[in-house]
Design a protein around this ligand. Structure first.
Ligand code: UDP
Length: 472
């Protein structure tokens, strides 16, 4: 297990964004939590410190919990490539994707339990009776029983799911069920994700949230946005900026030094209308569908528009072992495109070794986007979308999973009932690219919606209530 550092983030700045009554409720909950949870550690265990929505949210939420003087800690479990292949298959299964017949047999179970046991042994030296342990996603579910034996309060937080069930979801849940049921409480992002065998009275829905002050979301003006993207080579023009500084979460400054790896003929001109999707290289994000949809249904109508797909650089052993293959599939689609449209499509792999720098680049990219798309085939919640809405970007996104909780069709953006309908996808993107007034009004409504529903105060209050209920 590896401990991830958490920098306390005072609540004051977030409080300033809230109306007085809402701010009062938030501060009262923080005060309550501080008292009721005193002397207990709130451990969080997940499978990666960077890349993906869970790590993103832990970085910001745990910082606020520390700011509220709750003793939160964050541990990342250790697994080998086989373990992460098994858990990625569970992830895909819970999203309803087809999974190999041989998966989830006795061999997978034995391997999963071995990795759980090794991690549990490390936790045994750290967790004390009365502590809370929040286990995130399938990778950590099997730790529950052992932690309960230590006298800890265990909550399993599932960030993924699917509204209806199919054979794959059944198989995935069948593998996990006995581990999951060892927890005292269960947290899901949507009510429809709660499997019917989970006791209703112990299940809670807590929707994710973003932090407006994180490196990924803090304000950045148009000039700085452009300078950042020019500096890292994601857009081009004649200016040669240098020496860009950015705020790290810890408060001190970093200097941007990274050149992003971009598969392209030449980066998009800084003045070009830009369609952006930021995602892990995961088939369920359908990056290849976005490429084809743009090439066939957007590019022919708007000769100056460009598409940029950005995802994390492809690394060695991670909790997402399919990244390299999916990225290669995107490259193959890109290479097979006719030259005139290929020159307007770009694949960026963003460096991940410096979390703040990565977030800073994503921030600039989302702000620079004319339209943000999220054409996922399945989505637990879709924090990338929340981030884009907060930046007042109009969106075109699939009507799947948690995306439907964030966007109402025609209000903050457009929803795609059938993500496979590329002509419809293209038509909505073109509509937005052609209509600056519509972009502004939808963008404004998106930002308002995030302000109302998806800031951290709401989530923190819900967590305090849940944890307090376990020790009442
Ligand atoms: N992200 C990032 N760099 C990348 C790709 C994604 O920082 O190259 C972040 C993105 O900004 C968001 C998170 O990863 O905060 C993705 O969360 P989401 O809920 O959209 O999807 P998940 O990856 O958890 O399926």
């Amino acid at each position: 297990m590896e401990a991830v550092e958490i920098q306390a983030q005072p609540l004051a700045a977030l409080v300033e964004l809230l109306e007085p009554e809402r701010a009062g409720r938030f501060l009262a909950a923080a005060e309550h939590g501080r008292g009721a949870l005193a002397g207990r550690v709130v451990w969080n265990v997940n499978s990666t410190a960077s890349g993906g929505g869970v790590a993103e949210m832990l970085q910001t939420m745990l910082a606020y919990a520390r700011g509220a003087e709750v003793d939160t800690r964050w541990l990342v479990l250790k697994g080998d490539p086989t373990f992460f292949e098994i858990t990625k298959a569970i992830h895909n299964a819970l999203h309803g994707s087809l999974v190999d017949r041989e998966r989830f047999g006795p061999q997978d179970r034995a391997h999963y339990e071995r990795v759980m046991q090794a991690n549990l042994e490390q936790l045994q030296g750290l967790v004390r009776a009365g502590d809370f342990v929040l286990l995130h996603d399938p990778q950590t579910a099997g730790l529950g029983a052992g932690l309960r034996q230590l006298g800890a309060h265990v909550v399993w937080r599932c960030h993924i799911g699917r509204d209806d069930t199919n054979e794959s979801t059944e198989r995935g849940w069948q593998f996990l069920r006995e581990y999951v049921l060892a927890a005292e409480a269960f947290v899901f992002s949507r009510a429809s994700y709660v499997p019917d065998w989970v006791p209703r009275e112990r299940a809670v829905v807590i929707q994710p949230s973003i932090d407006p002050y994180s490196t990924k979301n803090r304000p950045m003006d148009d000039r700085q946005t452009k300078r950042v993207l020019l500096e890292v080579g994601l857009v081009r023009n004649r200016l040669e900026p240098d020496g860009i500084h950015f705020h790290r979460r810890a408060g001190h400054e970093g200097v941007l030094r990274r050149h992003v790896d971009l598969v392209t003929n030449a980066p998009p001109p800084v003045t070009a209308p830009l369609v952006v999707q930021v995602s892990r290289w995961d088939r369920l994000k359908d990056m290849t569908g976005v490429l084809t949809g743009f090439a066939d249904h957007v590019a022919p109508h708007l000769p100056d528009a460009h598409l940029l797909l950005a995802g994390p650089e492809v690394r060695g052993v991670t909790d997402d072992p399919e990244g390299a293959v999916v990225y290669a599939e995107c490259r193959a689609v890109w290479e097979a495109m006719p030259a005139q449209v290929r020159s307007r499509c770009h694949l960026a792999t963003l460096p991940m070794d410096d979390v703040d720098e990565n977030a800073f680049i994503v921030n600039a990219l989302q702000r620079h986007a004319t339209v943000v798309v999220q054409k996922s085939l399945a989505e637990g919640f879709g924090l990338t979308l929340t981030e884009a809405l907060w930046k007042a970007r109009p969106v075109v996104a699939s009507a799947v999973g948690g995306i439907r909780d964030q966007v109402t069709d025609g209000t903050e953006g457009f929803l795609l009932d059938d993500p496979a309908d590329l002509a419809h996808f293209g038509a909505r993107v073109v509509e937005l690219l052609r209509d600056p007034g519509l972009r502004t009004s939808m963008g404004g409504r998106g930002q308002a919606r995030v302000h109302r529903d998806f800031l951290g105060d709401r989530q923190l209050i819900q967590w305090v209530e849940l944890l307090m209920s376990l020790v009442a």
